[in-house]
Design a protein around this ligand. Structure first.
Ligand code: NAD
Length: 298
């Protein structure tokens, strides 16, 4: 299975990054979104990304322009997908939108086209039927800021063909990602299966007055050699996102999560402490204490 033409569906935060990274690495990319207005926004996002690529990888204008020249933009689904070997889908995280999108895509895509979803919280099996080709469908999950945080979690559902799975592992590597094969469906993939309980454990230690945030981070950093502890990570994730996760669990009856959610709302969000994006969370930015050389000392 050889991929040359890739269609990226949905050109928002993640779709625009996936599209540019794929084009930058030499593939022909068609960006598909619902209308020209959305595509104009995508072009703006890509221009900003090109500046970041130049800065981060010490590239010239000509280097980043080459990637851009391999991209085209279309709001017409059947035209956008006509030559696609692979579709990477990054449409909004709503089951009804995904189902509707795959039903329409399945009707117009060539038989050869493989479909990969970037969903974060849904499972591929929830909309495999709508694709009309479950054996050629799986998850390819990126992290935000894919040019630097280059994980690609490749996850099968029960009906995914092994050759398709292997082809996606190879494709992920070809676009500069670290491929992380996942053999069975798992909510949260590998990363969030590890990270979410870890962050919850840290937050519960804090809201139960066991220790303060910086001491908890320091413990983790000294003992494991990690560059950051749970609260530094929470600042990067964003306190609003952390709150939404705990709030949802609290609503479902988890009392510990409810306590965390109340803390995040009253002590953080209401005080404008949203993490790195607002300049303050559990640390103050741009020079957070955990990066100071004395932080790990007594
Ligand atoms: P976003 O809201 O920034 O972008 C969604 C895009 O999809 C928009 O451009 C919108 O116009 C377009 N769209 C809406 N309906 C569509 C349709 N029917 N067909 C085609 N395009 C349509 O969303 P996002 O943050 O980029 O998330 C997209 C997907 O990526 C979600 O499944 C999400 O879980 C996943 N994801 C997001 C992140 C993240 O950090 N934002 C990280 C990993 C995975």
């Amino acid at each position: 299975m050889k991929f040359s033409n890739v269609m990226v569906a949905g050109s928002g935060v993640l779709g625009s990054q996936i599209a540019y990274q794929t084009a930058y690495k030499g593939f022909q990319v068609t960006v598909y979104d619902i209308n020209d207005e959305a595509l104009d926004k995508a072009k703006e996002r890509v221009e900003k990304l090109m500046t970041l690529y130049k800065q981060d990888f010490d590239l010239t204008d000509a280097d980043v322009q080459q990637g851009y020249e391999r991209m085209r933009f279309s709001a017409n689904l059947s035209e956008a997908v006509q030559d696609a070997d692979l579709v990477i889908e990054a449409v909004p995280e709503k089951l009804a939108i995904k189902k509707d999108f795959y039903t329409k895509l399945g009707e117009v895509a060539p038989d050869k086209t493989i479909f990969a979803t970037n969903t974060s919280t849904l499972l591929p099996s929830q909309f495999a039927k709508e694709t009309g080709r479950p054996e050629k469908f799986l998850a390819l999950h990126f992290a935000n800021d894919i040019r630097v945080k280059n994980t690609a979690e490749i996850m099968k559902h029960e009906g995914t063909d092994d050759h398709v799975f292997q082809a996606l592992v190879e494709f992920a590597e070809a676009i500069g990602m670290v491929p992380l094969p996942i053999y069975k469906e798992q909510p949260g993939y590998i990363l969030n299966s590890l990270l979410v309980p870890f962050l919850n454990a840290g937050q519960e230690l804090l809201v139960n007055d066991i220790a303060d945030a910086h001491t908890i981070d320091k413990t983790w950093m000294v003992a494991t050699g990690s560059p950051a502890g749970p609260f530094a990570i929470l600042d990067t994730v964003g306190i609003r996102t952390a709150y939404n996760i705990s709030y949802a669990k609290g609503e479902a009856g988890d009392e510990a999560a409810q306590k965390v959610a109340t803390f995040l709302k009253e002590e953080m969000i209401d005080k404008g402490k949203l993490g790195t994006e607002s300049g303050e969370g559990f640390y103050k930015y741009p020079n957070p204490a955990y990066l100071e050389k004395d932080f790990l000392k007594a």
